[in-house]
Design a binder for this molecule. Structure first.
Ligand code: ARG
Length: 272
């Protein structure tokens, strides 16, 4: 995670960003801290990357890289406003001795590449380019399922789809092309589908540890849909950071250790 010390909306690279609307760095910090402390309370280890002045979008650390089996593919950003963030991530992984390199093609890390039980779901349409999908497949040696985003409000895959555990996802069908929608329906017939309202409050920009699912407290139907399947929804307010076009998931980059076997705590329904 990256503390939003320099959070601001000083440019616009997605439809949520309106530089003429006032933003409060302090409110952003408070919301970020709540998310940070919640993750720690849930038993997770949180590593920090140093914020850099002049890079107000650094708080959305999910975009910094994709990390699977202890290997990191560092982002190559589409917009010049964010391009310099990559250097910080490259340095972070270098100092700690990780196996890493920067992506050759435009690739916005976990914003567009979501790991779902040994397949990588890969978004394109607005940010990461289709060629990045092939690069990710080669780099990690895992199959990639390419998905095309068509609604500019949902410009990154993680604004339209969340991986809940090794087998389950939730998504907003309206954010995808008809072909991608058909692909998702075929691969994940039991997925939770979000309605337009929950999608708009960024309900799909959720952080799941396989049991707890951190979602915006504004989401209306998703908490019930999650509970029905044995997940534990935890509501959070990320409205200040949403002014930059990001929610809880955008603020968290998952560091998957070398050859980690995907594991989720046993869920209530399975114990019953
Ligand atoms: N302002 C940032 C951008 O447009 C927000 C990034 C949100 N991050 C995410 N993982 N969706 O690039």
């Amino acid at each position: 995670m990256c503390e939003p010390t320099f959070f601001d909306v000083s440019y616009s690279i997605n439809p949520w960003m309106d530089p003429s609307r006032p933003t409060s760095t302090e409110r952003g910090l408070t919301q970020w801290k709540t998310l940070h402390d919640l993750l720690v309370d849930l038993g997770h280890t949180v590593e920090l990357v140093e914020p850099v002045a002049g890079l107000p979008d650094m708080v959305y650390s999910a975009n910094g890289a994709t990390v699977v089996d202890g290997r990191a593919l560092v982002a190559r950003f589409r917009h010049e406003q964010r391009a310099d963030e990559s250097a910080t991530y490259l340095e972070w992984f270098r100092i700690r001795g990780w196996d890493f390199r920067q992506a050759e093609y435009v690739n916005e890390g976990e914003g567009d590449f979501l790991y779902a039980g040994d397949v990588l779901l890969a978004g394109t349409g607005f940010r990461s380019e289709p060629k990045a999908h092939g690069e990710v497949q080669e780099f990690f040696g895992k199959p990639v399922l390419g998905l095309t985003l068509v609604d500019e409000r949902y410009y990154h895959l993680d604004t339209a789809l969340a991986v809940l555990d090794e087998n389950e996802i939730m998504y907003n069908p309206g954010a995808f092309s008809p072909q991608s929608r058909a692909l998702l329906a075929e691969q994940f017939p039991d997925a939770i589908l979000a309605d337009a309202y929950d999608a708009e409050v960024f309900g799909l920009n959720a952080v799941s540890d396989g049991l707890h699912v951190i979602i915006p407290q504004q989401a209306e139907r998703l908490p019930g849909q999650l509970r029905e399947r044995g997940f534990v929804p935890v509501g959070i307010d990320m409205t200040e950071l949403l002014k930059g076009g990001g929610g809880a998931k955008c603020c968290v980059l998952e560091l998957r250790a070398p050859l980690a076997i995907p594991h989720s705590p046993k869920r209530e329904t399975e114990n019953a």
